[in-house]
Design a protein around this ligand. Structure first.
Ligand SMILES: Cc1cc2nc3c(=O)[nH]c(=O)nc-3n(C[C@H](O)[C@H](O)[C@H](O)COP(=O)(O)O)c2cc1C
Length: 220
């Protein structure tokens, strides 16, 4: 799978016998800004592969760890196939599903890869990663390719990954900014439990609150 080459404006999708890809432009995200994709705490999907076997699982517990080089932490249960594949290969894909992909997200989070091939079962379209030998999910809206940083945090089911490539669907993220529009299906999601998600809401900007201790009497 390696070496497919990621082109910013042109898709190089390799489907694995599934439906043809949507016409989506994936634009590179500058690596020092990559962890910004996770700042708002969305549910993620982890893809993994080793020795001809690939898998996909939902993961709510994913967070930024460092800016540059960008690092992330994911919690992957020691009993999962995902964990086995990541430990064997040293790489994983971390992507954000949109609301439109929520049912598939739930499906890959409630079915074990030991029992089924989730890519086939749920007709998940994939494309070739740029820097790792792991299929990436076409139905998502941002993608990070990660290499595992060996660390003894594994005993808490953590995996620390360095992000070596990142890109985003330009309809919702470009120039280091999320810009969710009217299409509510194209929002990221936050998982609660039992099949309930929140879709990411409206953004708003603020200036820091005034520091009452440093304000002059005249300005009070
Ligand atoms: C929305 C959602 C989020 C989840 N988040 C996590 C998580 O952060 N870490 C984890 O180990 N399992 C999580 N799970 C459970 C795994 O996705 C589930 O155990 C999955 O079947 C593991 O797949 P595998 O054995 O094919 O690797 C989540 C499940 C759902 C539905």
């Amino acid at each position: 799978m390696k070496g497919g080459g990621f082109a910013a404006a042109a898709l190089t999708d390799q489907t694995f016998g599934q439906k043809p890809s949507m016409n989506v432009t994936r634009e590179p995200v500058a690596l020092p800004r990559a962890t910004q994709l996770l700042n708002h705490g969305p549910v993620t999907i982890i893809t993994s592969a080793h020795n001809g076997r690939s898998n996909v699982m939902a993961a709510s517990w994913a967070m930024p760890l460092d800016f540059n080089p960008p690092k992330v932490v994911v919690v992957v249960d020691s009993r999962t196939l995902t964990r086995q594949l990541i430990e064997a290969s040293g790489v994983f894909g971390l992507q954000l599903p949109s609301r439109k992909f929520a049912a598939q997200t739930l499906a890959v989070g409630t079915n074990a890869g030991f029992a089924i091939d989730k890519f086939s079962a749920f007709e998940l379209e994939t494309f070739v990663a740029e820097k790792i030998d792991v299929p990436m999910l076409a139905g998502c809206i941002t993608w990070m390719e990660c290499k595992v940083i060996p660390d003894d945090s594994q005993r808490h089911d953590l995996i620390i990954g360095e992000v070596v490539a990142a890109y985003a669907d330009s309809r919702v993220y470009s120039n280091n900014r999320w810009h969710f529009g009217d299409d509510r299906d194209l929002r990221t999601c936050h998982y609660v439990a039992g099949g309930t998600f929140f879709a990411t809401g409206e953004a708003f900007d603020v200036s820091p609150a005034a520091n009452a201790l440093s304000a002059s009497p005249a300005s009070r």
